[in-house]
Design a protein around this ligand. Structure first.
Ligand code: NAG
Length: 366
């Protein structure tokens, strides 16, 4: 009894059926149908295939390596500064700082001494005078450079709270003229990239560029598009920043290298595009955390073995070199998928049509 059911299923399965179509000889229905189909075809041809290049496979997993080198000499605090003095870290990586201003505190020893910074003075002095207690850190306006002991001592500037730490404490409110020559320093960028999906390797300047040109050129978006040497002052100008302000407070600048490659064309046309932005621009209106600075120290020992150090507070322009990339190349799989999608969409018009329009229109003709 069950066999005929299965047999019926099999015979049903191996049949072919078509829908019965009704030809509606209405000009308005026909015109709207064709116009909508035409719009869909135009959309697919112009936007999906031509503009969005839907016939390509994409590789956005760019592999990149960046090397940098800064050049130039400047005067700071009556000393000539060279690369080893003003670039940190020195390895020539994709992120590096050019120090524009240094506040140097020499000969600091471990010990007890009065604190110096006047901004915290009134509050801490008040507390240490009247309570003689150790000052809770949360009450001070800025972090002291050592641990407050709670005692009061006389200093050359009057009575102060005593602190324990590296003495004498740094006074970072002193006025210091930044190194203005940084404006004329140059940054050489060597960037090599690879698109692993297509195994295409490119460099940010063509190997055909001759050595004398590379030594003498500076990047310019109109005349020297391929030059890998950037003048600091120009980079800041492209980001719309004022050099003398950023030299005082420090700041963060991004140099974006963008690789948009259509590998259906010649590989030679796979070239980088540079753009420049100030990364910390959002914080410029904040009262705190303006600019960019960091501290580092150099340690020494005197004859009797006591350690002392020289503390540097550095205001610097930090450069981040950010590399992004997207490469595309013709491939049959996305091409087929999108061609099928295009045909289906054209056919879909009919389906929608028969559902919402046809019944209404057809009623008039039946
Ligand atoms: C930078 O170079 C220009 C042209 O060589 C020069 O006129 C200018 O004085 C230099 N700027 C500084 C701060 O040295």
């Amino acid at each position: 009894l069950r066999m005929p059911k299965i047999w019926a299923f099999i015979t049903d399965f191996f049949t072919y059926e078509t829908t019965k179509s009704v030809v509606v000889k209405s000009r308005s229905v026909g015109i709207i149908n064709r116009v909508v189909q035409l719009l869909i075809i135009i959309y697919f041809l112009c936007w999906v295939f031509y503009h969005e290049k839907a016939y390509q496979v994409r590789d956005s997993g760019i592999e990149s390596s960046v090397m940098t080198k800064v050049k130039g000499f400047g005067y700071h605090n009556n000393r000539v500064m060279d690369v080893a003095d003003y670039v940190a870290p020195t390895q020539g990586a994709a992120v590096f700082c050019i120090i524009t201003k240094l506040i140097i505190t020499e000969n600091q020893f471990q010990g007890f001494c009065p604190e110096v910074i006047p901004t915290r003075l009134t509050l801490s002095l008040f507390l240490c005078l009247f309570f003689s207690l150790s000052l809770p850190l949360s009450l001070s306006l800025s972090l002291p450079p050592g641990i407050i002991t709670g005692a009061c001592v006389n200093s050359s500037k009057g009575r102060r709270c005593e602190m324990e730490g590296w003495c004498l404490a740094e006074d970072d409110k002193v006025h210091m003229q930044p190194m203005m020559e940084v404006e004329n320093f140059t940054i050489f960028i060597k960037n090599s990239i690879r698109f692993p999906m297509f195994n295409v390797t490119r460099g940010n300047f063509p190997s055909s560029l001759n050595a004398t040109y590379i030594r003498s050129c500076t990047y310019d978006p109109e005349h020297n598009l391929h030059c890998p040497i950037f003048k600091v002052g120009e980079v800041l100008r492209y980001t719309g920043q004022n050099f003398s302000t950023i030299a005082q407070t420090g700041g963060e600048i991004a140099i974006n290298i963008e690789w948009q490659c259509n590998l259906d064309e010649s590989e030679e046309r796979c070239e980088p595009h540079y753009s420049f932005t100030r990364l910390d621009a959002v914080f410029q209106k904040n009262g705190i955390a303006k600019g960019y600075n960091f501290r580092f120290a150099k340690y020494y020992k005197n004859e009797n073995g006591t350690e002392f150090r020289t503390l540097h507070k550095a205001y610097a322009i930090r450069f981040d070199i950010l590399v992004t990339g997207l490469a595309g190349k013709f491939n049959t799989v996305p091409t087929l998928i999108n061609v099928v999608a295009a045909f289906t969409s054209v056919g879909l018009v009919r389906l929608l049509y028969s559902d919402c329009m046809f019944q209404k229109e057809a009623m008039q003709y039946v």
